[in-house]
Design a protein around this ligand. Structure first.
Ligand SMILES: *Cc1c(COP(=O)(O)O)cnc(C)c1O
Length: 403
């Protein structure tokens, strides 16, 4: 791994995003944090901002805070997230969780496709996505249709087999949480639309690290986490996007006072808002929104395109290093595509005894992710992962694999 050490130094020296790392809390016991795709590091400015919020807004302003800006936060932060996703203002909100957002988006999409009877889900999707798809289908009397990835990890062929005039909605994940396979969002969206159906995209593993053009691609609805590459903190509120053309018409399953046309009218009868607030339900978590806003601002300042460029170098470095370990006879098998444009920002390898290996790595300050049954997932966050850090982590992995 020594030639990789020099390569890492050169890449760090040439990295236009290298200064961002110092804007996050870095503790000496963490040798290499390779889990930024599960929980992004803590931005220093979020630490400061939350302390100020607690003291000066919550503590000092009390209920007055709502009329001094808190009420607008779900749409204000929504627009800021939307800007990272290629969404014009007025279509994105932040609140609830990704799981709640998936349920809302699936119901909303189905409500826009009356008469159609099928909900399509990917067999390899994240568990919460599959569970919710099954339940939404059950609640709405839709038939759940399951598609499967081909050997390359693509889903287009399987989709082509099932899409027809019965299809109401298709749920897809932009980046596969296990393999890291990046789907072609514009082309799959067009494929679903050609059948007259709607698509809901889960952007959990791409938001902030893979550029998207939701408006240009004419995506119908999208959801995603803010605690991964957007560094919003554990359990940070999620985003939900609905295209402007759908907002006045969609029905969502949890209509509350925050999605009513006049929040403070306390009207006898529910009349839904026609703007993005239509996607909300109840009082949002203000502290969570305050934290999300800082992480999102950092990604916006750094630029998603720049993040993607560095991400491709980080994943490329990792693939090459893993190949070198394989050539040394260590037992590992790359699961993530070798082509940079076919993968997101994590690299997954199949290793023997992955769970125990993950525990040994974590003991040594190298923090990856373990996914059942035998996958080791290395998440690379462009704002916080340095090539030296990555090299250090991979070196420990090499030692533990050689054990
Ligand atoms: C992380 C992740 C989730 C998490 O949903 P929560 O409601 O935040 O627990 C959902 N879907 C995908 C694809 C994810 O990667």
């Amino acid at each position: 791994m020594s030639d990789f050490r020099e390569r890492a130094a050169a890449l760090d020296a040439a990295d236009p995003l290298s200064a961002w790392r110092q804007q996050f809390q870095l503790d000496a016991d963490v040798v290499a944090y390779l889990d930024g795709n599960s929980l992004g590091r803590l931005p220093l400015r979020t630490r400061e901002r939350l302390a100020t919020f607690v003291r000066e807004e919550w503590g000092a302003r009390l209920i007055r805070g709502w009329s001094e800006g808190w009420v607008e936060l779900p749409v204000v932060v929504g627009d800021e997230v939307g800007a990272l996703l290629g969404a014009a203002p007025g279509q994105t909100v932040v609140g609830d969780s990704t799981s709640i957002g998936i349920a809302k988006a699936l119901h909303a999409a189905a409500s826009l496709a009356p008469g159609r009877t099928r909900l399509v889900v990917d067999a390899s999707d994240f568990p919460t996505d599959r569970y919710l798809a099954e339940e939404v289908a059950r609640q709405r009397g839709l038939e759940l249709v399951v598609v499967h990835r081909d050997a390359e990890g693509d889903v287009a062929a399987s989709l082509a087999d099932v899409l027809d005039e019965r299809t109401a909605v298709v749920l897809l994940s932009h980046v596969d949480y296990r393999t890291g396979v990046l789907l072609d969002l514009p082309s799959l969206t067009a494929q679903v639309h050609a059948a007259g159906a709607l698509v809901v995209w889960d952007l959990c593993h791409s938001a902030g690290v893979v550029p998207t053009s939701l408006d240009t691609a004419e995506v119908d609805l999208a959801v995603g986490c803010t605690y991964k590459y957007l560094n919003g903190g554990p359990g940070a509120p999620a985003f939900l996007y609905a295209a402007a053309r759908h907002l006045p018409h969609l029905e969502q399953p949890l209509p509350g006072w925050w999605s009513a046309d006049d929040l403070f009218a306390m009207a006898e009868e529910y009349r839904p808002a026609t703007d993005a607030r239509r996607l909300l339900s109840g009082t949002p978590n203000v502290a969570g929104l305050v934290a999300v806003r800082e992480g999102v601002a950092m990604v916006a300042e750094a630029g998603v395109e720049a993040a993607r460029a560095k991400s491709e170098l980080l994943t490329g470095f990792t693939v090459d290093a893993l190949d070198a370990l394989g050539e040394r006879g260590l037992a590992l098998q790359l699961v993530t595509p070798r082509e940079p444009d076919r993968r997101g920002s994590h690299v997954t390898v199949r290793v023997p005894d992955a769970r125990a290996l993950t525990a040994r790595l974590t003991d040594r300050g190298v923090v990856p992710d373990f996914r059942e049954p035998d996958l080791l997932r290395l998440g690379l966050a462009p704002l916080t992962t340095s090539f030296a850090e990555l090299h250090a982590g991979l070196s420990v992995l090499a030692e533990e694999l050689a054990h």
